[in-house]
Design a protein around this ligand. Structure first.
Ligand code: PEP
Ligand code: MN
Length: 332
């Protein structure tokens, strides 16, 4: 943003007003004696109209954004009747890494629904790093997931790992997930966008925030009615945790880009004992909710057992989130 000071106005006073509104600026004096302030990237979110209305401001120019549709999203989304983001209760998305059987997913849905979980997650098509790992039960698992969710009043979040899988996933899901390994796959993003369903866009494990926003722009250009971001940890230098949970990026998306963002602490740390504290930290940082892997018997899970909470632990998490929200959510 470039703010031009009206001739005769005091630039120092204008600069002070800009700073008070969260705009960090560099002063530029042009050869004609005009003073301009150029905003710096660490500025907070500001409304150009409010800046234009300031005393002493002649004009405000905004360079075109590379992701105008993302910028227009706003901090709140309502998906399948559930509000996400500013002012809303933290949304709980929970379920197993993989949908393993009709009985498993039905039993879990029955346990999770009374705890305040709004969406049942579970992979039917699994994007596994190794071709020898369990790849998911495919289309059949989509039906098991949908049936269990509907029976207990839950929405469905599940991943489309390929363009070929998009129609089947979009038919059964309330929110189509694009996984970390596919965040950069433009043809998949376009196919998911064309399906016309809200999307949960996980951050690529080595993606910059700007690349993540541009992936969302792909979805929106193609026709996605809503995008909810999901931070799931990025590659770090330290193997102590599975990934490095980037809560700075969560705060940036929530408070500066002002878009709804969830956090998946399960894939971020890879161990169940840290999932609850990180979920609370995520919501404190501005997350609209959490996506948490949950299993009826984590020791027997076909994938990602060590990071799965039991339903009893999920109940503790739900309680912790409710307390935290009442105690001091700055968005209220
Ligand atoms: C998942 O949520 O099932 C998953 C595979 O996560 P990610 O894409 O973040 O690795
Ligand atoms: Mn998993």
């Amino acid at each position: 943003m470039i703010v031009t000071v009206r001739r005769g106005a005091d630039p120092d006073t204008v600069q002070k007003s800009l700073l008070e509104r969260g705009l960090w600026v560099c002063r530029h004096d042009d050869p004609l004696g005009r003073v301009q302030f150029v905003s710096q990237p660490w500025s907070g979110h500001v409304d150009a109209e409010a800046i234009r209305a300031l005393d002493g401001v002649e004009a405000v120019a905004e360079p075109p954004s590379p992701h105008p549709l993302v910028d227009a999203l706003g901090p709140r989304a309502v998906v399948a009747g559930v509000p996400f983001g500013a002012g809303a209760e933290p949304v709980l998305v929970a379920g197993p890494c993989s949908v393993e059987s009709p009985a498993q997913i039905e039993a879990l849905a029955a346990r999770l629904a009374p705890l305040g979980v709004r969406f049942l997650r579970g992979g039917a098509f699994k994007p596994r790093t190794s071709p020898y790992s369990f790849q998911g039960h495919g289309e059949a698992a989509l039906d098991w997931l949908r049936r269990a969710a509907t029976a207990h009043g839950l929405g469905v979040v599940t991943e489309a790992t390929s363009e070929a899988a998009v129609p089947a996933v979009a038919e059964r899901a309330d929110i189509v997930q694009v996984g970390s390994r596919n965040m950069h796959t433009a043809p998949l993003l376009q196919a998911v966008g064309r399906a016309g369903k809200p999307v949960l866009l996980k951050r690529g494990m080595a993606a910059t925030v700007e690349e993540w926003l541009l992936a969302a722009e792909y979805l929106l250009v193609a026709g996605a009615p809503a995008v909810i971001f999901c931070e799931r940890g990025v590659r770090g230098f330290d193997a102590s945790t599975r990934n490095l949970l980037d809560l700075g990026a969560v705060a940036l998306l929530a408070h500066v880009h002002r878009v709804p963002v969830l956090v998946d602490p399960s894939h971020a740390v890879g161990r169940r004992d840290l999932v609850i504290p990180l979920s609370l930290a995520a919501v404190a940082a501005g997350a609209a909710g959490v996506v948490v892997e949950t299993h009826d018997d984590p020791g027997a899970a076909l994938s990602d057992g060590p990071q799965a909470l039991t339903a009893a632990q999920l109940a503790d998490l739900a309680l912790g989130l409710a307390r935290g929200t009442r105690a001091g959510d700055p968005r209220r």
